[in-house]
Design a protein around this ligand. Structure first.
Ligand code: MG
Ligand code: MG
Length: 268
């Protein structure tokens, strides 16, 4: 994954279509996030919604060495950072749950993630969610033509490191388009002014993964789920954005999710 594919305006509109479906799918899933629902039930809701809209779940069938990911969502609860495998776990009051979703439509991928609170969460955890989401937007402010990837990375890092949080380094954001993961990598830490210079037409997924405790992670026995070793909560927010002159064009949106959350529960 070394070649950078710049997209035409027409291609960006197709990516936007996939991104809107991803955003609506996460919002639809969010309607059902409450104490008592299992993560596999959330996965089924998302898969049906995507297929009903003429698209394919992007993560289903994703291969890593010998193993195949057989689900629509990555559902990562509490200390799980990302790549959580949907299953029999039943959500309980006070959990946080990251829902990461990708779709493929018209040959183009969209990718987004949002971390939801289940019922009442502590102020400490609320602050983690708020700061992680804010850091995503700090990163996006730097996704403009002429700046470098390191400007995004350092903006994310500066925002969360002052709160003492751990920034996951082993996993990064990425280019996206006809492939779910393309060059360049978009780390959530780094030096201002370093890395690839961004041009108009670059489409990237920016996705801070922020731990309340230390940054160290491990892969769970299922071979997919990534967790914080110290078992403290971890948050994850992701947008797909197109780099433009002056201001990034955010192709995914949290608007549908947050309308839904406002109707049913407290928003972060
Ligand atoms: Mg994602
Ligand atoms: Mg991604």
């Amino acid at each position: 994954m070394s070649k950078i594919y710049l997209k035409t305006d027409e291609e960006i509109e197709l990516i936007r279509e996939s991104c809107l479906l991803v955003s609506r799918t996460i919002a639809e899933t969010g309607k059902y996030i409450r104490e008592g629902i299992s993560t596999i039930e959330l996965d089924k809701i998302a898969e049906e919604f995507i297929r009903d809209h003429g698209a394919k779940p992007a993560f289903k069938g994703y291969r890593k060495e010998e193993s195949v990911f057989d689900y629509t969502l990555c559902v990562s609860v509490n200390e799980q950072v990302v790549h959580g495998v949907p299953g029999s776990y039943v959500l309980k009051n006070g959990d946080i749950v990251s829902v990461d979703c990708g779709v493929l439509k018209n040959g183009f991928y969209g990718d987004s993630a949002y971390t939801f609170a289940v019922g009442d969460i502590s102020n400490e955890v609320k602050q983690l969610l708020t700061a992680t989401k804010e850091s995503l937007y700090k990163g996006i402010e730097n996704a403009v033509a002429g700046k470098r990837i390191g400007d995004i990375s350092s903006a994310v890092e500066e925002h969360v490191s002052k709160l003492g949080y751990g920034i996951v380094r082993e996993l990064v954001g990425h280019g996206i388009g006809r492939n779910l993961h393309e060059a360049p990598e978009v780390p959530n830490y780094g030096k201002r002014g370093s890395g690839v210079r961004m041009e108009e037409g670059l489409v990237i997924a920016i996705e801070p993964m922020i731990n309340m405790g230390k940054r160290d992670i491990q892969v769970e026995k299922d071979g997919w789920t990534i967790s914080a070793i110290d078992k403290k909560p971890s948050a994850h927010f992701e947008h797909t954005v197109a780099v433009k002159k002056g201001k990034a064009d955010i192709l995914t949106t949290f608007e549908f999710i947050e309308q839904e959350v406002k109707l049913t529960k407290e928003t972060v």
